[in-house]
Design a binder for this molecule. Structure first.
Ligand code: SAH
Length: 521
């Protein structure tokens, strides 16, 4: 590689307000191509699913709740951005909503201009527009509002020398949208009413706008702070003040708050590439999902694989399916080369991945572990599997030996091919803390347990007390690993796949009388 590379371009990209469909096509295209992505906490949770598996994902969030030491300083973010661009890499700086609205995107562009690094700015749907649309509040409406003011108010409105002229805002002839948490709402509402705004004016708080767990709270301006406290509104949330807020009562088109996991935060520790299906399902059920991947999947060097000698081929994970077909392809084969063999999938996820490649698995055990598959094969050894003499187990490098050993014990000559390995990755410190403090944390393999707990130990001085979340395990092997590390399991899935894990989690929530019974004070 040449030492003098031309500087890469930096893209300041808005990720929209949260819902995965509200990302622009340009944003998606740039995320797909990026070498490096610097992202904030408030970005649309699924935006990173589009990143290349080898892209460098750097969390540079400023997390108010986590405390100063866990957040990345703005100078450091800019320094990282410049450094990566100078190294010739294509850098996406991904921000929630629109990059130039209350996101310091303007300052970052100035730093790039000063450093003479080329950049592009990609607008995003800002939170106010997301909230308006998804809460049924037109920010302008004939006869009600012909102007909108977007206001950020992170500072205390009662403070001397505040940047915001609250009296002028109180007189503003139109809708006010306050981009701010609920902590300062008391003072802001007080300042507006003192400035002449009517306490009876319609107002709304929209929490987690456009996300599955969105909530809209409606009342008169004067009652807003108390309602926010009672309903324990959490970030991100914004406030809409003006006659148009009342239209929400009529135009609300999303079913409010019926989702079973609404209000709960759930951490997912598996590799980002595999996490998305689980995270998506949990989000669709209303949960707020924190992805803190503790492992990554890395394909091993591609070697041609000819399936002709094997009359039984076992795939032990959905992760193995793509690399398996890559190896067939590099031997000049395709799905037809499997026609003579029986194909076994360890569970329905693997079977689905195979089916997407045109192969219907012949064997799927009812227990989705090596032992389950072995029992099934043993049972049918007298019947339709009597002819099997040579098997291939295609799997992860670090997989357990039960399956090949068991097959050999059944008199089947067995080869093993390692397709990929799982490697430890350290989630950003702020995300480790956030994951450990969720209502639930999910573990889907022993490797996620080992690596997450190691990362937690490194970040928190090895204090297991930091894991305050209820612990959900996918099955006995994962639970044993947790027990070995001194972590007690609150929920273990009966069926050892993602569906089974979600069912067990839902049952636990129900056993506690719903989300409210789970939440810690
Ligand atoms: N650049 C962003 C705003 C960043 S400031 C944008 O254009 O949307 C962060 C504030 O935005 C939060 O404190 C909150 O008030 C608001 N916000 C961001 N996402 C939100 C969401 N999904 N729902 C409600 N408010 C949100």
């Amino acid at each position: 590689m040449s030492e003098q590379r031309a500087p890469g371009r930096v893209y300041l990209v808005g990720a929209g307000p949260g819902a995965s469909g509200l990302l622009t096509l340009r944003a998606r295209e740039l995320i797909e191509g990026a070498d490096v992505i610097l992202y904030d906490r408030l970005i649309a949770p699924e935006a990173l699913d589009h990143a290349r598996p080898d892209a460098e994902l750097l969390y540079v969030g400023k997390d108010g709740a986590a405390g100063k030491d866990l957040s990345v300083a703005q100078e450091q973010t800019i320094a990282l951005m410049l450094e990566r661009a100078r190294a010739g890499r294509s850098v996406v700086r991904l921000k929630g909503g629109d990059p130039l609205l209350f996101g310091r995107g303007g300052e970052e562009a100035q730093a790039l201009a000063a450093a003479k690094i080329g950049f592009e700015i990609v607008p995003g749907i800002t939170a106010a527009l997301g909230a308006g649309a998804y809460a049924g509040i037109p920010l302008t409406q004939r006869h009600l509002a012909s102007a909108v003011a977007l206001v950020t108010a992170h500072e205390d409105p009662s403070k001397e020398g505040s940047d915001i002229d609250w009296e002028a805002l109180a007189r503003f002839p139109g809708t006010l949208v306050l981009y701010m948490g609920v902590r300062r709402l008391d003072a802001a509402v007080g300042a507006l009413i003192a400035g002449g705004r009517s306490g009876d004016e319609p107002a709304a708080i929209v929490e987690a706008a456009t996300l599955p767990h969105q909530r809209t709270l409606r009342c008169a301006l004067a009652q807003l702070p108390e309602l926010a406290r009672k309903a324990s509104v959490r970030a991100p949330a914004l406030t809409i003040i003006g006659a148009v807020a009342e239209l929400a009562d009529q135009l609300q088109w999303r079913a409010p708050g019926e989702l079973p996991l609404a209000g709960l935060s759930i951490a997912v520790t598996r590799a980002r590439a595999q996490a998305s299906a689980l995270a998506k399902r949990l989000r669709a059920l209303g949960a707020e999902v924190i992805e803190a991947p503790a492992i990554a999947i890395r394909e091993l060097a591609l070697q041609p694989l000819d399936p002709a000698p094997y009359d039984l081929i076992c795939l032990t994970s959905a992760n193995g399916v793509a690399p398996f077909f890559d190896r067939l392809a590099s031997a000049g084969c395709d799905a037809r080369s499997l026609a003579h063999a029986r194909v076994a999938a360890i569970g329905p996820g693997t079977a689905r991945a195979l089916f997407a490649r045109g192969i219907r698995a012949d064997l799927i055990p009812t227990r989705y572990v090596a032992e389950g598959l072995l029992e099934m094969i043993a049972e049918r050894r007298e019947g339709d599997l009597a002819h099997i003499s040579r098997a291939l187990v295609a799997r992860a490098r670090e997989a357990r030996e039960e399956l090949p050993q068991g097959l050999r014990a059944l008199g089947i000559e067995t080869d093993v091919v390692a397709l990929y390995e799982t490697v430890a990755v350290s989630p950003p410190r702020a995300l480790i803390g956030a994951a450990a403090g969720c209502d639930y944390i999910t573990f889907t393999s022993s490797s996620t347990v080992r690596n997450f707990l190691d990362a937690l130990g490194a970040a928190e001085g090895g204090d297991p007390e930091r894991l305050r979340a209820r612990v959900v395990s996918i099955g006995p092997v994962t639970s044993a690993q947790l027990a070995e590390r001194g972590v007690s399991v609150d929920v273990e899935a009966e069926r050892h796949d993602i569906e089974g894990l979600i069912d067990a989690l839902l049952a636990d929530v129900q056993a506690h009388g719903g989300a409210a019974g789970i939440k810690r004070p």
